[in-house]
Design a protein around this ligand. Structure first.
Ligand code: ATP
Ligand code: MG
Length: 743
C-alpha cells in the first residue's frame, strides 16, 4: 500500500512542534487526510497521539470545520482529554464538534430526530436498574415468574441482542433461547413498546435507534454523511457489531468514493470480547474500506526497554494475532520486578510502602497506579492506603464499601448488631424480593412516626395485628424471626461464619447467583471479599465501626492521588509507576473466563495482561502471593502462568524477606512457587521427566514443623512443594513447603 503523496500546506518554518515531533509513520497517518486510514499498532506507539494530531491538523489546515468531524473515544474521560489536547495544540477551544463515546454521539443524533423513531424530544435514558424494573413489570403482566426467570437475566439477553444490532423484529426463533419457555423475543418486543410509551430509551437503544433512523430515512443519513467529512475512531479493536454498523453507515461516501475515516487500534488489546466486541472488525477494515491506507507504528514511546520486552514476550504466547514488532529508543531502564509475597495483606502493605518511598523521592502520586483483575481486589489496597493516609481514587467504579452489594450486606449486619438501625433495615427489607412492598413500608413508617419507635419495633407490633395484608405480614414475620435467630447465633458463633449464614439464609447470595448479568459474578466475589474482611476483626461491632470510619474518611482532599482501577478500565492510560497485584492462578487468568471460553478466553486474559504491562512508563512491579483468604479460609496459591511467560532477561524476581531468615531462602521459595505451575502442567501431561528441587527434600511425613501463620504441626503428606499438615491449633491444611521450617 502506497501512501498518497501529500504536500503540507503549512510552510515548514511555521510547522508547530506537535507536527514535527511525530515520526514518519505517525505523520503519514496525520497527513493522509483523504480516504480511509487504518493505524494498526501496538501499545504506546502513539495511536491516540496521532489521532489527536490528525484532529488538530484537520482544523489547523482548514480542511474541516469542527462541526464536520466525528470523533469517537472509548470513554467520556478520553473524550474530555482529547478535547483539551486539541485545544492546546491549536491554541483555542474547539466548540460545536462531535467528539465523544458512541453512546454520547448516539444520543445527540437521536435528540434531533426523536419523532422519527417514535420518541418525543425530551426522552429519558434509563440506567440498568430502571431497565430491570421495567422488564420485571413487563414479565409480571405476562404472568411470568420472576423467581424462576429473573428480569436481570432478560436484561442481559436484551443487551446482548442490542450489542449485536438486533431489534425485536430481527430475533429469530432459534436465537431466542429457552428463557421463559422461549418467550424472550416476545418480551423484548413488549419491553420496547413499554419504553416508547414511557418516552424512554436504554443504553443499547442509543445506537440501535440511530441505525434504524439511518436505514429508514436515507435522506437523513446522507445529511450526516455529508456533514461528517472526517471520521476518527480510537480503540477500534473493541467496537461491537452495533457500533460497527453505525460507523459503516456514517462512513459510506455519498458519491460512492472512499470516505475519510481513520481508525486506530491494536488487535493485541482487544479485551471486550465478553461484551460483544469483535476484533474481526479491525482485521476486516481493508475489505470494508477498499483502498485503505494501512499505517503501522512500531516505535513505542511510552515504556522503557525491559517493560516493552516483558510485554512483547508475554503476548507472543497468543496464537490468534497479527503479530507486530515493537521497539523503543528508550534505555532499557529498570527490570520488571516480580515479587512473591506471603498474603494479600502483605501485598497491600508492600505496595503502600513502595508508594511512600517513591513519594519521598518527590514522585507524584498521580503518576502511580494499582491495576487489578477483579473488583474485589481493591479492598485490601483501599484499607492500607486509608491507614497510611495515602490519597487514592478508585477509577471506573465506586470504592469498595460503597458498592451496592456491599452496602446491602452491611445493612444486614447492621440490623443484626443494631435492630433499630432504620436506614439499614429499610434498605434490605425487600432485598431480595420477599413480597414486602412500598405500601407495607409506608405503614411501618406511619406507625414508627406515631409512636416514636424504630421500624423494626413497628414491624414487630404490626405482625400481631391486622393492619397488613396477610402475605406481607407473613413475610415480615419471617424476616423478623430470621434476624432474631441470627442475633442469637451471633452470641456463640464467629462473626465470619455468621455473615456467611446470613447471606445464604436471607437469599441474598442466591439473588446474585440467579442473576446472569455481566456484573453479577463480580458482585459475588465482592461479597466473598467482604467476608474475608470481617475475618480481620475481632467481632462484628469492631468491623462495623471500622467501615463507618472508612466511609467517613471520604477523600475530599484535593491534589494528586494514586489510582486504583481494573485492567479493563486502564485501557489507553499510562503511568510512570504501575503495580499489578494478584498474579496467581485462580485470580489472573480469571478462571471464569477460561471456563466459559476455553483457549480464546485464555488469549483474551493474556491480552489483558499485556494491556496491564504496557500501561507502565518506567517502573513496573508484578506481585503474587502464596496465600489468599477466600471466604474466610486460607488457600495456597500458585503464581500465574503469565509470570512464566515473561522473558527472563527483562525481569528480576524477589521474595518477601519477612518470609524466612535469609534472602537466599526467599529466592528458593520463589523458585518453588514458580515451578509449581510448570509442575502442575507436567503432571497433567506426563508422569515422568521431573527432577524435584532438592531444597525441601528434608521435610518428610511425620516431621514436626513450624509455619509462620499456622504455628506448629505434623506433616501428614507431601506432594512436591505442597504439604498437608495437621496443625496443632489450626487443623488440617495444605500449605506451600517454602513457608514451613522444621521444628
Ligand atoms: P495505547 O495502545 O495504550 O492506547 P497509544 O498507541 O494510543 O497507546 P499514546 O497514548 O498515543 O499511544 O502514546 C504513548 C505515549 O508516547 C504518550 O505519552 C505519547 O505522548 C508518547 N508519544 C507518542 N508518539 C510520540 C512522538 N512521536 N514523540 C514523543 N512522544 C510520543
Ligand atoms: Mg491509545
Amino acid at each position: 500500500m502506497t501512501l498518497p503523496a501529500t504536500t503540507s500546506p503549512i510552510p515548514p518554518a511555521a510547522e508547530p512542534e506537535w507536527l514535527t515531533s511525530l515520526n514518519t509513520a505517525q505523520r503519514a497517518a496525520v497527513e493522509a487526510t483523504e480516504g480511509p486510514v487504518l493505524v494498526l499498532a501496538g501499545a504506546g506507539t502513539g495511536k491516540t497521539r496521532t489521532l489527536t494530531a490528525r484532529l488538530a491538523y484537520l482544523l489547523r489546515t482548514g480542511k474541516a470545520r469542527p462541526g464536520e468531524i466525528l470523533a469517537v473515544t472509548f470513554t467520556n474521560k478520553a473524550a474530555q482529554e482529547m478535547t483539551e489536547r486539541v485545544a492546546a495544540l491549536i491554541g483555542r477551544p474547539v466548540e460545536n464538534w462531535w467528539l465523544g463515546t458512541f453512546h454520547a454521539l448516539g444520543v445527540r443524533i437521536l435528540r434531533r430526530h426523536a419523532e422519527l423513531v417514535g420518541l418525543k424530544p425530551g426522552f429519558s435514558i434509563l440506567d440498568t436498574d430502571d431497565q430491570v424494573r421495567l422488564l420485571k413489570q413487563v414479565m409480571e403482566a405476562e404472568g411470568i415468574d420472576d423467581k424462576k426467570w429473573p428480569a436481570r437475566v432478560l436484561a442481559a439477553i436484551v443487551q446482548r441482542w442490542k450489542d449485536r444490532g438486533l431489534g425485536p423484529e430481527n430475533i429469530n426463533v432459534a436465537d431466542a433461547g429457552d428463557f421463559a419457555g422461549g418467550r424472550s423475543a416476545a418480551l423484548y418486543m413488549q419491553y420496547q413498546n413499554r419504553l416508547r410509551i414511557l418516552n424512554a430509551v436504554d443504553f443499547g437503544d442509543l445506537l440501535l435507534l440511530c441505525i434504524k433512523l439511518f436505514q429508514r430515512h436515507p435522506d437523513i443519513l446522507s445529511e450526516y454523511q455529508q456533514r461528517f467529512r472526517y471520521l476518527l475512531v480510537d480503540e477500534y479493536q473493541d467496537t461491537n457489531v452495533a457500533q460497527y454498523l453505525w460507523l459503516r453507515l456514517l462512513a459510506q461516501n455519498v458519491q460512492g468514493g472512499a470516505s475519510h475515516i481513520c481508525c486506530v487500534g491494536d488487535d493485541d488489546q482487544s479485551i471486550y470480547g465478553w461484551r460483544g466486541a469483535e476484533v474481526g472488525n479491525i482485521l476486516r477494515f481493508e475489505r470494508d474500506f477498499p483502498g485503505a491506507t494501512v499505517v503501522r507504528l512500531e516505535q513505542n514511546y511510552r515504556s522503557t526497554g525491559h517493560i516493552l520486552g516483558a510485554a512483547a514476550g508475554l503476548i507472543s504466547h497468543n496464537e490468534d494475532r497479527l503479530g507486530k514488532t515493537l521497539w523503543s529508543a528508550d534505555a532499557l531502564g529498570e527490570k520488571v520486578q516480580i515479587l512473591a509475597l506471603w498474603d494479600g495483606e502483605e501485598e497491600a502493605r508492600w505496595v503502600g510502602d513502595a508508594i511512600e518511598t517513591l513519594q519521598r523521592q518527590e514522585i507524584s502520586l498521580g503518576d502511580m497506579a494499582v491495576l487489578v483483575r477483579a473488583g474485589w481486589q481493591t479492598r485490601e489496597f483501599e484499607e492500607r492506603f486509608m491507614t497510611l493516609g495515602l490519597p487514592y481514587r478508585v477509577i471506573g467504579g465506586p470504592r469498595f464499601y460503597e458498592r451496592q452489594e456491599i452496602r446491602d450486606a452491611l445493612a444486614y449486619l447492621r440490623v443484626v448488631a443494631q435492630p433499630d438501625d432504620d436506614l439499614a433495615f429499610e434498605r434490605i427489607i425487600n432485598v431480595p424480593r420477599r413480597g414486602i412492598g412500598t405500601a407495607t413500608v409506608q405503614t411501618l413508617h406511619t406507625l414508627g412516626r406515631a409512636t416514636g419507635c424504630s421500624l423494626m419495633t413497628a414491624a414487630i407490633q404490626l405482625c400481631t395485628t391486622d393492619e397488613l395484608k396477610p402475605a406481607a405480614r407473613r413475610a415480615l414475620a419471617k424476616l423478623i424471626a430470621d434476624f432474631d435467630r441470627w442475633r442469637d447465633l451471633s452470641r456463640d458463633m464467629s462473626h465470619v461464619e455468621l455473615a456467611g449464614i446470613i447471606l445464604d439464609e436471607s437469599g441474598y447470595t442466591a439473588m446474585w447467583q440467579a442473576d446472569r448479568s455481566a456484573e453479577a459474578p463480580g458482585r459475588l466475589e465482592n461479597l466473598k471479599e467482604l467476608v474475608a474482611a470481617l475475618a480481620e476483626f475481632e467481632n462484628l461491632n469492631g468491623f462495623l465501626e471500622h467501615v463507618a470510619l472508612v466511609m467517613e474518611n471520604d477523600g475530599s482532599t484535593e491534589g494528586a492521588r494514586v489510582s486504583i482501577m481494573t485492567l479493563h478500565g486502564a485501557k489507553g492510560l499510562e503511568f510512570d509507576t504501575v503495580f499489578l497485584p494478584g498474579w496467581e492462578e485462580g485470580v489472573f487468568p480469571n478462571p471464569r473466563s477460561l471456563d466459559e471460553n476455553g483457549a480464546a478466553g485464555l488469549e483474551e486474559e493474556r491480552r489483558l495482561a499485556y494491556v496491564g504491562i504496557t500501561r507502565a512508563r518506567r517502573r513496573l512491579t508484578i506481585l503474587s502471593v502464596a496465600n489468599r483468604r477466600i471466604y474466610g479460609t486460607w488457600q495456597s496459591c500458585i503464581p500465574s502462568r503469565f509470570l512464566d511467560e515473561l522473558p527472563a532477561e527483562d525481569i528480576e524476581r524477589s521474595g518477601s524477606p519477612g518470609l524466612s531468615a535469609g534472602a537466599n531462602r526467599a529466592v528458593g521459595v520463589l523458585r518453588e512457587m514458580r515451578t509449581g505451575w510448570q509442575r502442575a502442567q507436567l503432571s497433567s501431561s506426563s508422569s515422568g521427566g521431573y527432577a524435584p528441587d532438592d531444597i525441601y527434600d528434608e521435610i518428610a511425613t511425620g516431621d514436626r514443623i513450624f509455619h509462620v501463620k499456622f504455628g506448629m504441626g505434623t506433616v501428614l503428606a507431601t506432594d512436591m512443594d505442597r504439604l498437608t499438615i495437621a496443625f496443632d491449633a489450626a487443623g488440617e491444611k495444605t500449605v506451600v513447603a517454602g513457608f514451613v521450617r522444621k521444628a
